[in-house]
Design a protein. Structure first.
Length: 259
């Protein structure tokens, strides 16, 4: 059976590729492979990860036969709990994660995208949570993570209409971070993510932790934790080395190892 997920290591960068074209549908097999790949990232963390897809589209959504196989609400909840764990684990990774959307990106793939730290989209990318066509609401955190980026009103519109939205619109909504030209898109996102991988990995993890507190309890909760989180970076080689580099050679000359 063909592999649906591929995980490649390029020095300090990990590239996770959804490789089940033409539709890259979410199936039980893909879920298992995706979980295994995330497990590898958890066990042996890179300094940044890029999530991308092969084929003309990112994903056409979930294989609906997966829903048809659920005979009652209890069975469905078990499935949905397993599905939700995928983006939750991605969001918890202690290094920068970038999602590359080169084309149509529906349902589960969009929910994985908004679980990543940054979303880069090509000019022809389109996004949608279209679960309404089968009488369902998104189950992998997409609704709430979209609301965190764009607001509750936009999330309601996005989910309730089931429409698809272009990259420029989602950039305006603060969901997509950057819209890039179609030509050279793959090379551009790899270069962008690799640049993150060369940075102060532990400091990036600290930034993610501060913002996690902000999402949970606003500025007040983030303030309760920021000084402890930032102070902990003084135990890292990267901070110590970068401070000495700054004093000796000026800004922008330091190199980082992730330690």
């Amino acid at each position: 059976m063909a592999t649906s997920i591929r995980l490649d290591r390029e020095d300090s960068l990990a590239v996770l590729t959804i490789a089940s074209p033409p539709l890259n549908l979410y199936t039980a097999e893909l879920q298992d492979e995706l979980g295994e790949a995330i497990g590898e990232l958890e066990a042996t963390p890179p300094r940044a990860a890029l999530i991308r897809a092969e084929g003309k589209i990112v994903s056409g959504g979930v294989d609906v036969s997966l829903f048809d196989a659920q005979t009652n609400a209890a069975e469905a909840k078990v499935l949905f709990d397993e599905m939700l764990a995928i983006p939750d684990r991605i969001a918890a990774l202690p290094f920068p994660t970038v999602f590359a959307a080169h084309g149509l990106c529906l349902t589960w793939a969009f929910e994985v995208a908004v679980a990543c730290d940054l979303i880069l989209a090509s000019e022809k990318a389109k996004f949608g949570l279209v679960e309404r066509v089968v009488g369902l609401t998104p189950t992998m955190g997409g609704t709430q993570r979209l609301a965190a980026r764009a607001g509750v009103g936009r999330a309601k519109e996005f989910v309730m209409t089931g429409a698809t939205y272009d990259a420029a619109t989602l950039e305006r909504w603060n969901v997509v971070n950057r819209v890039l030209p179609v030509d050279g898109f793959d090379e551009a996102v790899r270069a962008f993510t690799n640049d993150l991988a060369q940075g102060p990995t532990r400091a990036h993890a600290a930034t993610k932790k501060v913002l996690e507190h902000y999402e949970h309890g606003g500025v007040a909760e983030a303030n309760e934790h920021i000084t402890t989180i930032a102070a902990g970076l003084f135990d890292t080689e990267d901070l110590r080395g970068a401070v000495k580099s700054f004093l000796a050679d000026g800004p922008g000359k330091a190199t980082f190892t992730g330690r």
